[in-house]
Design a protein around this ligand. Sequence first.
Ligand SMILES: [Zn+2]
Length: 497
Amino acid sequence: MILIRSANIIDGSGQPAYKADVLIKDDKISAIGNLATKQAEVVIDGLGYNLAPGFIDVNTDSDHYLSLFTNPQQKDFLIQGVTTIIGGHCGSSLAPLIYGSLESIQKWGDINQVNVNWHTVAEFLKILNQIKLGVNFGTLMGHSTIRRALIGEEMRELTESELKVFKYMIQEGMEDGALGLSTGLSYVHAKSASLDEVQSLVEVVAKHEGVYTTHLRDDRDHLVMSIKEAIEIARNTKVKVLISHLRPLVGFEENFKEGLNLLEQAGRELDIHFDGYPFDTSVVPIYTLLPQWAQDGGAEVMLKNIQSKEKRDRLIKEMVYVAGDLIIARAKEAPHLKGKTLTEFAEVQGLGLPEALLKLMELTNLKSVMFYRNISPDMAIDSLLSSSALVASNGAGLPDKADILKHERFYNTFPKFLEIAQKSDKISLEAAIKKITLTPATKFSLAKRGLVKEGNVADLVMFNKNKIVNVLVNGQLAVRDGQLQETLSGKVLKHRD
Ligand SMILES: [Zn+2]
């Protein structure tokens, strides 16, 4: 048993904090109140600290980078107080797989690192359970992952019978414990998906009270239209919607403001949110920096476009938006370039910026990942205080010696958010905590989590200001006195489990 004495409890409900002792037995909160007479093997002095439910990071890439397998402790989440992470976003998930192939995540990870010996969501979750993770993990099903398995590289609408199979797979996945469906509508393999297709798949998710998350078709010129599409899906199907990593991109701030207004209005009658992070940098697969027309047709066609003299000239002319402060975050084929800016690379090569970027794409076979400072920071921070916002790192728990540079948001999103909330007069600390605990737990139907309550699971975080001191995952100390423990007590979470 663990006894936390005299902590300031911010329970996740948004109600005012109160002082109490909390007793943890096995993986549950067994009592809350004045427990002065209780004894326990471990006693933690909570005086002067806040105690809240463990934070829930609703949009992470640990599955995409395959780091659930290569770095199961996921310590970068634990040290920020995160006890649950959700994966399977942006249209790509590790399950279900019809042919046992991970093609749809090759833009993030090296898919040869993992022996893929599962097909269904149930099989995948079972294998994850055997690995033992440091945090809890739940997954969505990726629309592109399934669509690609059904029709390969073809860019077309689905036939009726393909759609039928697709719907069946979604249904089976939901029954297996998936939390919902994600789309990556701006990515190549989802572009030909019509609103009707997405909607008929989402209907299945809605029937199971799952979540639909969407990486929008466009987050620039057509941002507002893309947000309207997500709202329409929410309205027509009554599914719970989460718009993924919605950020005010530099140059498109007005569109963002208009979109946020629409979301806040829609949020009064529908369950619709977006997730965001308090930083100015995107982490993007390099090929997404090509103009749309040059991305269509998959990796092979993209490489051909870059190599053809005529198309290359057109690309160089069009890619005036390429910025010199792009940072090479991962270049497995040319590791010495990791951490270099595009300007540095261009200078060494004696090339202009667009030419240098194309060269880098060729050199790394389109597989590199870039840090792209394309977000308006003040507006991004402000937007997180909106009632429509949830918080997500959109990061991955990577090993320290990873072949990818870690951005601060991978290990400091939640402490940073706490700092922002405590400085702001627009939100109380209780409301800020609710946003990263009970609201996401309810949205994703994570039973008995997100609320400090007797009988609930003991996922807890103790902190002072933005300093995370103790973290419990399923009743076990994963961080103690600021020190990471060896514990791997995370669980695989299933829908409404
Ligand atoms: Zn995305």
